[in-house]
Design a protein around this ligand. Structure first.
Ligand SMILES: NC(=O)c1ccc[n+]([C@@H]2O[C@H](COP(=O)([O-])OP(=O)(O)OC[C@H]3O[C@@H](n4cnc5c(N)ncnc54)[C@H](O)[C@@H]3O)[C@@H](O)[C@H]2O)c1
Length: 274
C-alpha cells in the first residue's frame, strides 16, 4: 500500500478500517443523503460518516434527524442535518445551494426519501395518488434538478436513487407506489442518457423486503413476516448492510462503468420465485 493510502487508512474509524481489510476502500467525499433520518438512508449516513466523509442529510422528520446527527457526532463522525420536505422545489434548491455555498461541492447524492402504504386501486383516492407521486417522484426530480448544475460544473458526480423492486413486479403498496417507483427508473435512464458524456454517473437500486421501519409497517406480525420470508428464494429478509454495501459501491470510483442500471436487491425474489 502506498503512503497516500496509509494516510487515508490511518484517518479512518475502526469500522472503516474493517471495510478496508475487506477490500472496500472508499475515498472521502461530500455526500448528500435525502431521506437520511431512517432506514436505508440512515444506515448510509452512518457508514459514510464512519468513512470520514462529510455527510449532509435531510429528512422531513426533524426529531429523528437531530438525534441521528448527535449519534454520528458521538461516534466521531461529521454530519449536518437539515429538515426538508422533498415536495418543495424552493426548499430543495435552497438546501442544496446552501451546502454548495458553504462546502464547495457535493460529490454524491443518495436519494432515499419515500413513502408507501397499501391500498387497492379502486380504493385509492386522488389525494393518495398525488401525495405518493409528489414524494416519490416529484421530490426525486427536484433533488436531481437542483444538484445537476454544480455536478456538471465540477465535471461530474454520482447519483444513486433508492427505487423499489415493486416497480418491476407490480407488488408493494399498490398502483400508486409501483407507479411512482417505475417513474423513478424512467427518470434515472433519461438523466443517464442526457448527461453520461458529462460525467454524471447515475444508477438505481431496487430493494425488496429489506428489514426497515417501512417493512415493519407493511408486515407487522410474526406470521406475516414468516409468510413473506417463504416467498424469498434465499429465505431471509435483506438487511441494511445489503443496501448500504450496494450504495457504497455505486458511489465509489470502482463502479464508474455501471451506468443507467437497476440493481435488484431482493434475495432472488423478483426473477426466481415461481
Ligand atoms: N424497506 C424496504 O424493503 C424497501 C423496499 C423497496 C424500496 N424501499 C425504498 O427505500 C427508500 C427508503 O425506505 P426505508 O425502508 O428506509 O423507509 P423509512 O420510512 O425508514 O425511510 C424513509 C425516509 O423518508 C423520509 N420522508 C418521507 N417523506 C418525506 C418528505 N416528504 N420529505 C423528506 N423526507 C421524507 C421519512 O421521514 C423517512 O426518514 C424508500 O424510497 C422506499 O420506497 C424500501
Amino acid at each position: 500500500m502506498d503512503k497516500c493510502c496509509w494516510l487515508t487508512v490511518e484517518r479512518l474509524t475502526s469500522k472503516a478500517k474493517y471495510e478496508v481489510k475487506r477490500g472496500v476502500v472508499m475515498s472521502q467525499k461530500n455526500i448528500l443523503v435525502i431521506g437520511g433520518a431512517s432506514g436505508i438512508g440512515k444506515d448510509v449516513v452512518f457508514s459514510r460518516a464512519n468513512n470520514g466523509d462529510t455527510v449532509f442529510f435531510t429528512d422531513l422528520n426533524k426529531e429523528a434527524g437531530e438525534s441521528l446527527q448527535k449519534q454520528v457526532e458521538e461516534n466521531g463522525g461529521k454530519s449536518v442535518f437539515i429538515q426538508h420536505n422533498v415536495t418543495s422545489w424552493q426548499e430543495t434548491k435552497a438546501i442544496i445551494d446552501n451546502i454548495l455555498n458553504n462546502y464547495g461541492k457535493i460529490d454524491a447524492l443518495v436519494h432515499s426519501a419515500g413513502i408507501t402504504f397499501t391500498k387497492s386501486c379502486d380504493n385509492l383516492t386522488y389525494h393518495d395518488w398525488r401525495k405518493t407521486f409528489q414524494v416519490n417522484l416529484t421530490g426525486l426530480f427536484y433533488s436531481i434538478k437542483a444538484i445537476l448544475p454544480s455536478m456538471l460544473k465540477n465535471g461530474g458526480g454520482k447519483i444513486v436513487i433508492v427505487g423499489s423492486g415493486s416497480s418491476i413486479t407490480g407488488s408493494g403498496g399498490g398502483v400508486h407506489y409501483a407507479g411512482s417507483k417505475g417513474g423513478a427508473i424512467g427518470l434515472m435512464r433519461a438523466v443517464a442518457k442526457e448527461y453520461s458524456h458529462q460525467g454524471i454517473n447515475i444508477n438505481l437500486i431496487a430493494p425488496r423486503v429489506i428489514k426497515t421501519p417501512m417493512l415493519e409497517e407493511l408486515y407487522p406480525t410474526k406470521e406475516s413476516k414468516e409468510q413473506l420470508i417463504n416467498t424469498i428464494p434465499t429465505r431471509k429478509l435483506g438487511t441494511l448492510s445489503d443496501t448500504t454495501n450496494a450504495i457504497n459501491f455505486l458511489i465509489s470510483d470502482e463502479s464508474s462503468y455501471i451506468q443507467g442500471n437497476v440493481l435488484l436487491l431482493d434475495g432472488g425474489r423478483t426473477y426466481l420465485s415461481s
